[in-house]
Design a protein around this ligand. Sequence first.
Ligand SMILES: C=C(O[C@H]1C=CC=C(C(=O)O)[C@@H]1O)C(=O)O
Length: 504
Amino acid sequence: MSECMNLAELLDGPRSALLRRRLRARLAAAAARGLLSVTLDLGAGKDERWLDVDLAQAQLNWWARPTEAGRDSPQRTGAGGDFRLAIGSAMSFTSAGAARFSALQAAFSGLAPVWEHDDWQHTGFVPAAHIGFAFAENTENTRNAADSADDLPNARLLVPAILLANRAGRCTATFSCAVREGESAIERWRSALRAAQSPERAPERTPAPAAAASVVRRRSAALADRAFLARARAALAAIAGGGVDKLVLARSVYVDSSKRIDPAALLAALADRHPECTIYGVGEREQCFLGATPERLVSLRHGLVEADALAGTAWPVAAANPRAASVLALQHDKNTHEQQLVVDAVRAALLPLCAVLASPTPAEVLQLRELQHLRTRVRGHVRPGVGLFDLIACLHPTPAVGGVPSGAARHWLRSHGDRRGAWYSGGIGWIDRDGDGEAVVALRCARIKGSEAELFAGAGIVAGSDPAQEFAETEAKMAVIAEALRQPLGQALRGVPGQVSRSA
Ligand SMILES: C=C(O[C@H]1C=CC=C(C(=O)O)[C@@H]1O)C(=O)O
């Protein structure tokens, strides 16, 4: 861990001169209204997760796939994982409303042809833009094109000023700027790196001993809990009435810590505890939206599209043989029906965009640290001209986070006070300069602000659901963050999952 890089020093000395030379060489030939990215090879062998930063800052985005094999990395070093830290913005587009994804697709299509890349050391890294969007498109009460989801824009495509990556042990730094900015970008990059580097942190943050003294308490939410149970009963009535087949209900819970919560320490804990998930953190105006999700919405690579249909949840309840008990629970008709609805909707959404759509894989049990889900993968080859945002527009929201049928479910949720903070159950991902990329569903997450965390979770209601059981399921999902909060803070999170506290 002592090998971790000091971000503030990344552009001191020879690297800065090198970057200036590369910029000079490329700027002359680049389109005046274009974007230029230069990648520097930072070498192999570093155990670098890029977490030595304060993530409650504007426009810091962190992403990790701890177990990714690094399939795109031409020089594997044996180490696994894909870790990225995006700092600042070279260019960004925001949108809201029903056409938000087509607006971002158009923005990307305009940008890609004028996005120059200098990879003079042949790292193979392709510069990429960060994607994020809220669950709802906010057509109602839209104030402006970037209508916010609690400080985050409704949908955003952001080319970071600096993108630090560690893929399969090979580290690169990609610096991007608008061509018109010219060499002055170097000073801006240098200050962005200095600002991002957390002054008081030890590299690769381990829990700070002082944090062990803090106490985390859950705020009382008896009314909100009752409201969730009432909505679940109303959802069952709507399903029985025949208007909808499935509705995913969301809720949130607030916890307060006696000390400031460190988002980077929390992300480190999530990456350690959930290596099979995608761990993400989005810093924005002294807040951080973060989580560890098991669900990929869609990936597009060289024309090959893959989407997950994830649904049905089980978690250990009995002490005797908890894992066996939860697998059995997962095979209940209610769970298989709930998941089949997602498979059917994902296939139907992809069909018009694909030249070939393979049969879905058989449903498998996805075993996470505590939770289990049923997962099916749907794969196909897209038609020429279909881009990542086109796929997102057709797939989101899948019935894993919305309902079936989609339009009626969304209408029902809106009219029954469904409120989803930040980007919970929206998406987070990347699109690279070639148009390849992916988005995950932003689940198992929280918004961190100072010493406060708002934890989000939802559960799918179908015929036969038991409201109390669905409430317990949301508790089990929130435990992903609650337990990780406990780890870096080194103390018990009182009254938070594991146990189900119900007030009906
Ligand atoms: C909506 C959530 O999970 C979805 C993903 C997997 C299983 C789910 C379920 O069993 O209800 C949900 O559809 C959440 O974690 O907040």
